[in-house]
Design a protein. Structure first.
Length: 147
């Protein structure tokens, strides 16, 4: 069942998100910049998209990821790994980037640089307890299931 994602331009030069292909999971987000921005190695940046969204309902979440080519080829990633857009947020989508690579990367105005994936959300209630139940894995953490 399709759901509606409402979108609003909040900057004059904003480009609406697009899908790169019919099977793309995410909507490409475009850098809403007046001028190119040089992303220096080790630097942290806030990149505006020029758009705001209204997610379909309270049981959905928007997740923002960097485009894989920027990560693999240039070391560009999100400063917080994944951006989380709550269903009640109505402000501009601004993406935090960092440059983990060794070279300056120049982000151009209108460049596709991130993607928005809208997902269902499972709302849960919290119940404090002393017993979480037993599993075969138990408390085994990092690397406990093998290589």
């Amino acid at each position: 069942m399709k759901k509606l994602l409402k979108i609003k331009r909040v900057r004059k030069n904003a480009a609406l998100p697009t899908r790169g292909s019919a099977g793309a999971a995410g909507l490409d987000l475009y850098a809403c910049l007046e001028n190119p921005v040089s992303l220096e190695p080790g630097g942290l940046y806030r990149i505006p998209t020029g758009v705001a969204v209204a997610l379909p309902d309270k049981n959905t979440v928007g997740l923002i990821f960097v485009r894989s080519g920027l990560g693999v080829r240039h070391g560009i990633s999100l400063s917080n790994a994944v951006g989380v857009i709550d269903s009640d947020y109505r402000g501009e989508l601004v993406v935090g980037l960092c440059n983990n690579g060794g070279n300056v990367y120049t982000l151009s105005p209108g460049e596709r640089f991130a993607q928005l994936v809208v997902m269902p959300l499972l709302p849960v209630d919290l119940e404090e307890t002393d017993d979480l139940g037993e599993t075969e894995r138990g408390t085994g953490g990092f690397g406990s299931t093998g290589k």
